[in-house]
Design a protein around this ligand. Structure first.
Ligand code: PEP
Ligand code: MG
Length: 317
């Protein structure tokens, strides 16, 4: 018994009836890798590359310097999956050489994420070139995704940039804007996977700035309307036979992780500290129970109602 408990404490993410849900880590750079490995992360679901650029000052870091940092991360997950997000500058992550934030009345609705990279294609190209260099000769499954994708044209522009760079990586896009969730299937005509950024998806679905404390109640990832958008996206991905993960804060809540699984999400990425609890909670429930909890949460009123409904379903069985 004890051995079973120990192996489960480290094993791959799955429901009690064996439905696999890979548990991945959100990292900001190589410094976060040891904790991810210690928590038994099956890979990296979100490598936020902003840190590398923030520390560089006025200019983007050289390709060689970027490649060195990326390789450190890739080497830590030799057989695993590593999802690198290209630079998400602007709004809550301003960068002098990319953002026009100072001149925008609403930076969160302005030129951020992929929009900024498409205005500065040399920065995107430097990242893709560095990733190609970093992955050379490694068996790792490298995936690369764009933040703040609004429509199919955005997804195509990113896929084109990856192709042009000759990157040996699978391209995907984040779903952080309601328009992207509504058109998940169209996005998947251009790229191979989706990753839901529930922090921004909540911000844009509820018109509630994630940096403004007075509207923070809408940042709660349990809101049924947000769960509806997650369900829609996951259903779209399933219809295309492609994967749809979650890499926002929502994935770090063990009961919500079960609900997301019930909604059809195919992997969960979170801060390493949350992985053991999410793994343990998922392992106590069947996929059918997760689906019932998800249905109950979507049928409830408000975030608190959804939370209570899902807890009720999962603790009552
Ligand atoms: C998100 O928006 O949910 C996300 C994962 O990206 P970030 O928090 O870095 O904006
Ligand atoms: Mg985001």
């Amino acid at each position: 018994r004890r051995r079973a408990a120990v192996s489960r404490a480290k094993g791959p993410g799955a429901t009690s009836d064996g439905h696999r849900v890979p548990l991945l880590a959100n990292i900001g750079g190589p410094a976060d890798v040891p904790a991810a490995v210690a928590a038994g992360a099956e890979g990296v679901g979100l490598f936020r590359t902003e840190l590398l650029f923030l520390s560089g000052g006025e200019r983007p870091p050289e390709v060689r310097e970027q490649a060195r940092v990326y390789r450190e991360v890739l080497e830590a997950f030799p057989e695993g999956r590593v999802v690198v997000r290209v630079l998400d500058a602007g709004a809550d992550k301003p960068l002098a050489f990319l953002s026009s934030g100072a001149t925008e009345p609403n930076p969160a609705l302005g030129v951020r994420g992929l929009r900024a990279l498409l205005e500065h294609p040399e920065v995107l190209q430097s990242q893709l070139a560095a990733l190609g260099e970093a992955a050379a000769g490694l068996p790792v499954h490298l995936e690369v995704m764009a933040p703040m994708v609004a429509d199919r044209a955005d997804a195509r522009a990113f896929a084109d940039a990856c192709r042009t760079a000759g990157l040996p990586a699978t391209p995907g896009v984040m779903v952080e804007i309601p328009a992207a969730a509504l058109r998940a299937r169209a996005l998947l005509q251009e790229v191979e996977f989706l990753s839901l950024g529930t922090n921004d998806l909540a911000q844009y679905a509820f018109a509630a700035d994630r940096q403004v404390g007075a509207v923070s109640r809408w940042q709660d990832p349990w809101q049924p309307a947000l769960l509806d958008l997650v369900a829609l996206t996951a259903e779209g991905a399933a219809a295309e036979g492609k994967s749809c993960g979650v890499c926002g804060e929502a994935a770090a809540d063990p009961v919500l992780a079960c609900v997301l699984t019930g909604l059809g999400v195919t992997s969960l990425s979170m801060g390493a500290a949350a992985i053991p609890q999410v793994r343990a909670t998922l392992a106590r429930h069947t996929l059918a129970q997760c689906r019932r909890a998800a249905a109950a949460a979507r049928a409830a009123e408000g975030a608190n109602g959804a939370r209570a409904a899902a807890h009720g379903v999962l603790s009552g069985e």
